[in-house]
Design a protein around this ligand. Sequence first.
Ligand SMILES: [Zn+2]
Length: 153
Amino acid sequence: MKCPYCGSFRHKVLDSRVTKDGLVIRRRRECEDCKRRFTTYEYVEKTPIYVIKSDGRREPFQREKIKAGIEIACKKRPVSIEKIDEIVAKIEEKIYSLGEKEIQTKFIGEFVMEELYKLDEVAYVRFASVYKRFKDTEEFMKELEKLSKEKTK
Ligand SMILES: [Zn+2]
């Protein structure tokens, strides 16, 4: 993998930590070229969890969707990509630790709000205000995008 700052492939691992459930390995790395530090996450392959949408449809849980939503909510806020990856890992860990094969969208939304609340007030308000009105993920993301643009004008 590449250093997110300079693109170098040379880096060393400073610290590795495994989450409580043993499904995520977090590694703190240092780039040997630019000397900057970054964190990577490795995910153990696991049985997919299905997300039950409000209309009853099911789709496999995707970490990227949560991440995209959080990124939009944090647009132009003092929140690093690393921090976002960290809370996505935390939320995912929470979802898997429930030990269920299916989870309702609204619970995922609540987990996200819980983390955003601790992270950044503006990002939380953006996410929460849109989240409460929308049932459909695509529509929700569009609205969130619109809102984060308005706020930064
Ligand atoms: Zn580098």
